[in-house]
Design a protein around this ligand. Sequence first.
Ligand code: FAD
Length: 543
Amino acid sequence: MLRLTEIKLPLDHADDALRDAAAARLGVPPGEVLDITVFRRGHDARRRGAIALIYTLDVALRDEAAVLARLEGHRQVSVTPETRYRLPPAPAVPPRHRPVVIGAGPCGLFAMLILAQMGLRPILIERGQVVRQRTQDTWGLWRRSVLTPESNVQFGEGGAGTFSDGKLWSGIGDSANRIRKVLEEFVRAGAPEEILYVSKPHIGTFRLVSMVEHMRATIEALGGEYRFGTRVEGIETDAGRRLRGLHLSDGSFLEADHAVLAVGHSARDTFEMLHDRGVYMEAKPFSIGVRIEHPQGLIDRCRFGPQAGHPILGAADYKLVHHCRTPEAEGRAVYSFCMCPGGTVVAAASEPGRLVTNGMSQYSRNERNANAGIVVSITPERDYPGSPLAGIALQRELEERAFIAGGGDYRAPAQRVGDFLAGRPSTALGSVVPSYRPGVTPTDLALCLPAFAVAAIREALPAFDRQIKGFAMADAVMTGVETRTSSPLRIKRDETGQSLNTPGLFPAGEGAGYAGGILSAGVDGIRAAEAVAASLSALAPAG
Ligand code: FAD
């Protein structure tokens, strides 16, 4: 097959326009084109009223060799590369202990799947509940203000991304086809086929729940085992600091010499335990801020002009960055984070007495508001020096301030943008109705954030308004606080994928500081499984 890139067609092109465009690019009659697969579809919205679709196509021809010879060196025509993921070879000798995966987020699930597909019968330890029960527990917070600390938006089967927009794009490369593997396994588990080719795929929260169940059935059928409601509370190492096993919350000890640590960015107690046990870790930068809501129609009109509402385009998104210059915020970057078109702001707390926001949406993305984090970058050197755990202390402090400002019952503190920019508390909200449940308390968000972050966001909003007219509209609503943009620390690993000073422990995913988002966490889970397999093969006795 031949791969053709940058094929540009109008938004409402006819079905056979793809064949005609491919034939024209290749200089052959349309009848020579036997088959066409869309590998990627994006859009170019730079020309108002003339949004174009941009395709990458894989094309089968009657005489591929002749066309290729004629077009040799053409920038937009090449042989279709291999996209299949190849499982690493399984160790020749069965391991002494079954490999263990800690955490059932995307990282842990893909580590499990690969290890199970290699026949290694991995064991998954997950502190939270099976996804249906977890959904009930999560609704408990959203509907009744009851937080279940071990089963919530952060903890439980599916991990942090289960109640999300399910955005599936990432800036990471894919030379080993791991991204393709994640997307294909998601489709096998029930995701829409289009995630394989649209440039910014998303799944929405509803489907994610059943996909996670489907993946469990696959993993169990391959001999994998799940233990829910079980937290890893301690690790045991030998004299050389090599992992020997795990202490579990049910009081048992699980012998293990290979464990993928995929605990996500909210496993603060687990980070503390690992730090106490001497596992090497470092503080790393992350970001803090608020979530902002606008009418989705405002974003659509600004991005798509007269073509707003076209079904192929869906609800518009945005990505904004501003580099601050005012003295209080100098050197800070403010950017939009985890933008959820047509979605809702969600209560994402996992610790009692602390409050944190995030965003989610359904596949249809047809709620009335657009929301995104508006966050300020912070660094250990400047903002939380000292201990690798100092970023967690800062997160906790801000989340406590938000809990108190919201009224102490998991309502979130909220403020109109007009009031925030004028430096006065909100006493009521306006035309934009906040979507956060169990509700919001109009107040002053400056109570919840450091002064530099308030100054930085105050400077950034008018700058964003110059890119999206209306972004700083007085009635846009901000809800606080956003503190879990990524892990505040990194559990460093060496080139074999193992902890720098605790071999046998394979830190992976977002919590260990090696991923940011569902897709990259899944890819890192695959990488971790490959590293486990390589280590098991190296340890297996020769002959
Ligand atoms: P996690 O998904 O956090 O999973 C870690 C798991 O480990 C959890 O299930 C936890 O219960 C378990 N665990 C923790 N400690 C222990 C322990 N001691 N013992 C046993 N189990 C333990 N990303 C996107 O790409 N697109 C989005 O649209 C998106 N939206 C989001 C919306 C929300 C509301 C949230 C909270 C996150 C969103 N994210 C999104 C981020 C994404 O969810 C994470 O990047 C991703 O889930 C990280 O995967 P992970 O497997 O590394 O960790």
